[in-house]
Design a protein around this ligand. Structure first.
Ligand SMILES: Cc1cc2nc3c(=O)[nH]c(=O)nc-3n(C[C@H](O)[C@H](O)[C@H](O)COP(=O)(O)OP(=O)(O)OC[C@H]3O[C@@H](n4cnc5c(N)ncnc54)[C@H](O)[C@@H]3O)c2cc1C
Length: 468
């Protein structure tokens, strides 16, 4: 049913017509036929009605929008891939700077550098870099936006080998709250460069990222599945084995429901199981050696690894999580998984209410843990794991059950965590949670926010309040 849009205070319909006339890209409002499609977020549990969605064609359009929002006192949201669980790529009654038309990826194979536009998806990145047998570490689903993923940190299949996505960022081009366009790197505006590596979209609109590339075209990838009766044993093994393994061994632990489709065998379909999803980046001939200890822990129901291109790895699970599902999120950073935490994980992992619900325990040690603890805004270099409790289903009638399972799981495990969580795995959970996530880095981030965005124009995010 059509709801009207409550415009931000200070915004009159005529103002939007003025904005429309000054941009190269289209401006979409509630009176345009494409409005309902344009405002859709990946998480259908979040339903926002912006006053206008400016589909920016270029950096000049972004500058115009930022100036427009600042001068008119309009709430501003920045949309990269629109994946954010909390729906922070949109805002009720305000202006969305939609970067989805800015998806260029330029690769220089000689200097091993990729220039990526702020609205690119991981699929754009993998396709372009894979052509040259090069890669940098991104997330596990290719439909995610590089913008939000990178600014929050970027965890993925290759974190132990190549670090977080931000550990491979060389430079960013940023439109600041005053409308100016600056570069951020170790050499230029290095306080801003520090802050955007983990501090989210708090500091400006990143219209371009420059990443360092690595020669890596294929990996040995895929899941090993065990019956739930073996889950505790497998999780204890995972906890002990991964931190001692070489950086070439990546793998995340998961509770899953086996998808009811090939290549999964019929007898396993729709069964709840424990999994380790492997990504081995070393010599493929030595991959079996790396997996062997896991296969000896308990008889696997399936060991489905194979050599695949990096891009194929990052698209493998896309069909399981299409846009438009209901999603509820909670997360934690963890330094040790106690035996009691193992028991609680098995208890709650066994109770997933719908087939797309899952919980992943991603390793964030290896290469990621060798970056200095104060070198970037990411405040948990000492964490071994980032756990996400992810409740998903297409049916809005299941929203209550999703939330209940997710929050109960989190409430049970949170006491065994380090206190904060990965910003990109959180809903809007309040300032205490944001502070816990940035720990000792919060005050420095607030200072930098005060310098670059004193009026908090960029506040639709896991917000860092500007220090005065
Ligand atoms: C199914 C699924 C799988 C995921 N898997 C992973 C994973 O493997 N690893 C991981 O690290 N994360 C993962 N995530 C989380 C993901 O990183 C976050 O949802 C992230 O916010 C997505 O970025 P986006 O650009 O798509 O989001 P958006 O919703 O567009 O934006 C999210 C936030 O980032 C800001 N933002 C986005 N782009 C820019 C920009 N160019 N400049 C300034 N601000 C910007 C927005 O303002 C907003 O605050 C996953 C999410 C989903 C839904």
């Amino acid at each position: 049913m059509e709801r009207t849009v409550d415009l931000s205070p200070g915004l009159a319909p005529g103002d939007i017509e003025g904005l429309r006339g000054s941009l190269r890209g289209p401006v979409i409002t509630a009176s345009d036929p494409g409005y309902d499609d344009a405002r859709k977020l990946y998480n259908a549990m979040v339903d926002k009605r912006p006053a206008a969605i400016a589909r920016c064609a270029d950096t000049a359009d972004v500058v115009t929008c930022v100036n427009f929002a600042r001068s008119n006192g309009v709430d501003l949201a920045v949309r990269g891939g629109g994946h954010n669980g909390a729906g922070l790529g949109s805002v009720d009654g305000g202006l969305v700077v939609d970067l989805s038309s800015m998806r260029t990826v330029q690769v220089d194979p000689e200097s091993r550098v990729a220039q990526v536009s702020g609205g690119a998806l991981l699929s754009d990145v993998d396709r372009a870099t894979g052509e040259f047998g090069l890669a940098f570490p991104v997330g596990v689903l290719s439909t995610t936006g590089i913008g939000g993923l990178t600014l929050g940190g970027g965890i993925g299949n290759m974190t132990r080998t190549l670090g977080l996505t931000i550990d491979n960022l060389i430079e960013a081009e940023v439109v600041l709250a005053d409308g100016s366009l600056v570069k951020a790197s170790e050499r230029e505006n290095n306080d801003l460069f520090w802050a955007i590596r983990g501090g989210g979209g708090n500091f400006g609109v990143v219209t371009g990222f420059t990443f360092r590339l690595h020669p890596l075209s294929t990996v040995v990838f895929g899941p090993t599945l065990w019956h739930l009766d073996d889950a505790a044993q497998v999780l204890r093994f995972f906890r002990d084995y991964l931190p001692s393994a070489r950086d070439t061994v990546n793998g995340y632990f998961a509770f899953i429901t086996v998808p009811p489709v090939p290549p999964f065998p019929e007898e396993l379909r729709l069964k709840k199981m424990a999994a380790i999803v492997w990504c081995y980046t070393g010599d493929p001939d030595k991959a079996d050696e790396a997996f062997k200890p896991a296969l000896a822990v308990a008889e696997p129901a399936l060991h489905g690894v194979m050599t695949v291109p990096v891009a194929a790895m990052n698209t493998a699970f896309d069909p399981l999580y299409p846009p438009g599902t209901q999603q509820y999120w909670r997360a934690d950073f963890i330094d040790s998984i106690t035996d009691r935490a193992v028991e609680l994980n098995v208890e709650h992992g066994s109770r997933m209410p719908t087939p797309q619900c899952t919980s992943h325990i991603y390793p964030v040690d290896g290469a990621a843990s060798r970056v200095g603890k104060d070198d970037t805004a990411w405040a948990y270099r000492d964490a071994k794991w980032a756990q996400v409790y992810f409740a998903v289903d297409p049916d809005p009638l299941h929203a209550g059950a999703l939330k209940e399972w997710c929050v109960n799981y989190y409430d049970a495990l949170h006491p065994y965590s380090m206190g904060g969580a990965y910003v990109n795995f959180m809903m809007e959970e309040g300032q205490d949670r944001v502070r816990a996530t940035y720990r000792g880095h919060y005050d420095r981030l607030a200072q930098i926010k005060g310098r670059y965005d004193p009026a908090n124009l960029f506040h639709v995010n896991q917000n860092i309040k500007p220090a005065s």
